[in-house]
Design a protein around this ligand. Structure first.
Ligand code: GUN
Length: 297
């Protein structure tokens, strides 16, 4: 069997199109423009690339983009003051503080200082608790993107066996909560899991988010299963130079799986699309307007 390829790049473009249409309607009917603020501390090159890309796509869907770039030696107190100012700003509906933060800053303290209603990353402890208890929350962007792709491919996920590889707060744990919310039977596997190949072989849905290049071989995959690869790992090519690979071995998994996301072009593009969707959702909630359909958990 050769797996269907789930094209995250195309799906993300569709999601951004839907967000853009909704934004145009908000402007025309209510005179409201959603605003997203991204805060970047320091000059981490990867973070600069992400932030630039976020800003560009925010403007493309018709939202206001605010970038607050602060020097690497910014004090925790000064950063908290910026977060507080953005919390108070009525034209800002979403706030994202780019991670990682410099070591002298307590990232948890800063994240938990964001107004939970504006926490478009879904990292605030209130949003984590709301998601865990099945209440309306802001949902982390990468797992939300994975869920959207799974729902689009399968329709209902009810009763499916799902294995999430990785237990991070950003992907693994919220992903498991979302799959549980869609009535999957969920296993979270990690580096200490016994008989990992057997555990993964039970899964109708595998979400790999461990950050280890090509860790999952095709013979761990149940024939016909859907494989969502969250990994983005840069590896050396034998002939020189580098390339991006996921956490699953694409070629051998694609022989066995029913559907699989490629790297690049799978989950990656969905993350920013979901950030825009979350900003739109936050804006609608802030204004007491109906939430966009199909763009939330
Ligand atoms: N750094 C890398 N990815 C992310 C993300 O999704 N959110 C934030 N805040 N920082 C990041």
């Amino acid at each position: 069997m050769t797996a269907d390829i789930i094209d995250g790049k195309a799906f993300a473009a569709k999601v951004r199109g839907q967000v853009g249409e909704h934004v145009a309607k908000l402007k025309a009917e209510h005179g409201i423009t959603p605003g997203l603020a991204v805060v970047l501390v320091g000059e981490d090159p990867a973070s600069q690339v992400y932030v630039r890309s976020k800003g560009k796509m925010t403007v493309e869907v018709g939202m206001t983009s605010v970038e607050r770039k602060l020097p690497a030696d910014t004090s925790e107190e000064a950063l908290l003051a910026v977060v507080n100012e953005l919390n108070q700003a009525p034209e800002i509906h979403g706030i994202l503080v780019q991670l990682p933060l410099p070591e002298h800053i307590d990232a948890e303290l800063v994240i938990n200082a964001i107004d939970p209603a504006k926490d478009v990353d879904g990292f605030h402890i209130s949003n984590v608790g709301l998601l865990g208890t099945g209440q309306k929350s802001m949902v982390p962007c990468t797992p939300l993107g994975c869920l959207m792709m799974l729902r689009d491919y399968h329709g209902s996920l009810s009763g499916m066996d799902a294995v999430v590889l990785g237990r991070s707060n950003i992907v693994g744990k919220p992903m498991a909560q979302l799959l549980l919310g869609d009535s999957c039977t969920v296993t979270i596997a990690h580096s200490r899991t016994k008989n990992l190949p057997e555990v993964v072989r039970r899964a109708d849905i595998v979400v790999a988010a461990v950050g280890r290049p090509c860790m999952v071989p095709g013979d761990w995959i149940k024939p016909g299963a859907t494989v969502i690869d969250v990994g983005i790992n840069r590896v050396e090519k034998p002939e020189g130079g580098t390339r991006l690979v996921g956490d699953v071995d694409f070629d051998s998994c694609a022989e066995v799986a029913g559907a699989i996301t490629p790297v690049p072009g799978g989950v990656g593009p969905m993350t920013i699309a979901c950030l825009l969707a979350n900003t739109l959702t936050a804006c609608c909630r802030a204004n007491g307007l109906p939430e966009p359909e199909g763009l939330t958990a």
